[in-house]
Design a protein around this ligand. Structure first.
Ligand SMILES: Cc1ncc(COP(=O)(O)O)c(C=O)c1O
Length: 398
């Protein structure tokens, strides 16, 4: 089928809720993808921080083949070895004691929010159900997670939203302290706001939230759906802060592109999820957990978080040098290979120009270009991306 016809069918048959770039991708390998016209691109979007090991990583592809030929799906009314091994590995490499598996980031956050309500009612007081989230956050598209998301543009038209949520400015401990009251069950934050524009909080922010939760009894929930799996230069984003959450949500890179979500928590919180209180048909199938095990084993075994830290530092240093000579760049920020370049004008045309030059990048908010290359990107690929960015941003400034 020719590309033009497929594009026409796309606009005719899909619901119109995505703003898509006008290319049709057909193949990927490592940091590169190809479109239907044979054009090659450097993929610094990684499916929005999903394919951390790059496209079609041989270990991941091998695990997919083997798992598909062994046991694709059985219900959670049975035990399966890959799910148990993955839960054990996540526990051994994090603060958590227990893991619940689901299929996406929004579902992982739904699980965390339901856990927070049940924990609040059963362990704190019958009217402790409220969750405090932050302005500019992103937590997903289901009704509860879009309510938790602190951006009206994602909520518009879907009202009435869910009761039991409050929002305060991000990186503002005083505002959070003022917002906590006798109804608070949990605080929900991203260790770095990704979709909201790649905002890294001050060093005392996450420790300050930990202290507020310890004093009030509320659960501290970190949404690591974008920051987890080595993206920020440590396995989990919270590791930069010196404190640990009570609950953490994961998805995106956990199985390098095969849909999965996970909610990790401490024993005291997990105990409220009694048999039958929550569940998911597809959550943690032997197929996806085999793929996630292969992904996590490779990520840890090949020390990819450390690699992300090093490559990210070098890339950010180069971008800051570019900033010094380009008035369009207002700020360069991020951690590891989650990088935001704030411009003085809308970022979407710059993203389009990068694509025309063979580099796929993301936006985050109106004026921020977001880079999320695979953690396995080669230095030559990063150098090439930098050349394209220098050229495109140079023309934008000229
Ligand atoms: C921090 C964060 N939380 C939650 C989500 C929602 O994940 P999903 O699209 O898998 O539901 C995202 C997706 O971008 C995210 O970045």
């Amino acid at each position: 089928m020719d590309t033009k016809t497929l594009m026409e069918w796309s606009s005719r048959y899909h619901t119109p809720n995505y703003g898509r770039s006008p290319i049709l991708l057909v193949r990927g390998e490592g940091t590169r993808v190809w479109d239907s016209e044979g054009r090659e691109y450097l993929d610094f979007t990684t499916g929005i921080a999903v394919t951390a090991l790059g496209h079609c990583h041989p270990v991941v592809t091998g695990a997919i083949r083997e798992a598909a030929a062994t046991l694709l799906h059985v219900s959670n009314i049975f035990h399966t070895a890959p799910q148990i091994h993955l839960a054990k590995m996540l526990v051994e490499h994090s603060f958590a004691d227990r893991v619940f598996f689901c299929n996406s980031g929004a579902e992982a956050n739904e699980a965390a929010l339901k856990l927070a309500r049940k924990y609040g009612k059963e362990k704190l007081a019958s009217d402790r159900y409220e969750v405090i989230a932050t302005h500019n956050s992103f937590h997903g598209r289901t009704l509860a997670t879009v309510t938790a998301t602190g951006q009206p543009k994602y909520q518009h038209g879907f009202e009435p939203l869910m009761p039991g949520f409050k929002h305060v400015p991000y990186n503002d401990l005083r505002a959070m302290e003022r917002a906590i009251d006798s109804h608070t069950a949990a605080i929900l934050v991203e260790p770095i706001q990704g979709e909201g524009g790649v905002h890294v909080p001050d060093d005392d922010y996450l420790p300050g939230l930990r202290k507020l939760c310890d004093e009030s009894g509320a659960l501290l929930i970190f949404d690591e759906i974008q920051t987890g799996m080595g993206r920020t230069g440590r396995l989990w984003g919270y590791e930069h802060s010196g404190v640990e959450p009570d609950v953490m949500t994961l998805a995106k890179a956990l199985a390098n592109g095969v849909p999965i979500g996970a909610m990790l928590c401490r024993e005291s919180a997990a105990s409220v999820l009694t048999a039958g209180s929550h569940g998911s048909t597809f959550g943690g199938t032997p197929f996806v957990t085999s793929v996630a095990l292969a992904t996590l084993t490779t990520l840890i075994g090949e020390k990819l978080p450390e690699r992300a830290a090093r490559l990210g530092r070098e890339l950010m240093d180069s971008l800051r040098r570019l900033q010094a000579s380009n008035p369009r760049i207002k700020d360069v920020r991020g951690r590891g290979l989650l990088i935001g370049i704030e411009l003085d004008k809308p970022a979407a045309p710059v993203m389009d120009a990068c694509r025309e030059s063979g580099l796929l990048v993301l936006t985050a908010g109106e004026k921020v270009l977001r880079l999320a290359p695979p953690l396995v990107a080669q230095p030559t690929e990063i150098a090439r991306a930098l050349d394209i960015l220098t050229d495109v941003l140079g023309k934008a400034a000229g």
